[in-house]
Design a protein around this ligand. Structure first.
Ligand SMILES: C[S@@+](CC[C@H](N)C(=O)[O-])C[C@H]1O[C@@H](n2cnc3c(N)ncnc32)[C@H](O)[C@@H]1O
Length: 261
């Protein structure tokens, strides 16, 4: 059975991308996307993932909701949505922006996505909505401590070491596994970090955590980081540093896509 609504009779007209290199030079600012949140991803990421891995009426889960980029794309594409963030103010912000619809539902919760309690709350939402599980789960965690999102010690951006970060991520991936349908999909959006003069391949460590939980890797998408706010206006400093040193400037991040089998 197809896992999406791509019209294969007219596949040449499809807007769904098929290559593993995503060059996105401009953020989609249409609709509810305002791009204010430091650390958000571009709407084209959830847009493409939802089109490729879900059908109309399916349920999308985002365990690091942030400013709600996935929520607005799910709504736009007629998918149910459940989102969780540890910051109440972000959850309230997204809730205020979502439409009330009879066709699809949108539920956003304040919670710590590493905990079983949060998984149980999501289970209750699914039961209330007469759903068993989610067809697509998207995880866009903090890139370790590159951006600090809150003072909450359970916020992944407050992990004090790489191993602590990975233990926390593992718990979130476990929850994702229990809430994602058999043959459903998981996407992790993450970049690498540079620490103590060493490139730390955070992306691949996170990828491995999902594989260890039994997810089957289906694709590694490499995406450019054009317009990354942290580096805006500083391109020439970074180029100078790269030329004067022995490393390259980060210009890409990853979207790892897995199937639950
Ligand atoms: C990289 S941002 C996600 C941005 C989102 N994709 C967007 O476009 O706005 C990561 C989010 O994870 C949240 N977060 C960190 N630790 C968390 C945890 N343990 N449980 C739930 N949310 C968490 C942070 O508050 C932050 O909003």
């Amino acid at each position: 059975m197809a896992h999406n609504d791509i019209d294969m009779a007219n596949w040449k007209e499809s807007e769904v991308w098929s290559d593993s290199l995503w060059i996105i030079n401009e953020r989609d600012k249409s609709g509810k996307h305002d791009g204010f949140y430091h650390g958000n991803f571009v709407p084209q990421i959830p847009h493409q993932l939802i089109l490729k891995y879900t059908k109309s009426g399916d349920t999308v889960l985002d365990l690091f909701l942030g400013s709600g980029t996935t929520a607005y794309e799910a709504e736009r594409l007629g998918r149910n949505f459940i989102g969780v963030d540890i910051q109440e103010k972000m959850v309230n912000h997204v809730r205020d922006k979502m439409d009330k619809s009879d066709e699809v539902f949108s539920e956003v919760l304040v919670g710590d996505s590493t905990t079983q309690k949060t998984a149980a709350q999501i289970g209750e939402v699914l039961a209330k909505r007469k759903q068993k599980s989610c067809q697509l789960t998207i995880l866009h965690p903090p890139y370790a401590n590159i951006i600090k999102f809150s003072d909450n010690k359970n916020d992944l951006s407050n992990a004090t070491s790489l191993s602590e970060f990975l233990v926390m991520l593992r718990k979130v991936v476990k929850n994702a596994r229990s809430l994602t349908a058999e043959n459903g999909y998981l996407a992790i959006v993450i970049g690498d970090v540079y620490k103590n003069s060493e490139w730390v391949p955070l992306g691949f460590y996170c990828m491995h955590e999902a594989q260890k939980q039994g997810f089957k890797l289906k694709s590694i998408v490499v995406k450019n980081m054009a317009g990354n706010r942290a580096k805006q206006g500083q391109e020439s400093i970074w180029r100078y540093r790269s030329l004067a040193n022995d490393y390259y400037v980060f210009k890409h991040e990853y979207i790892f896509i897995f199937k639950k089998i």
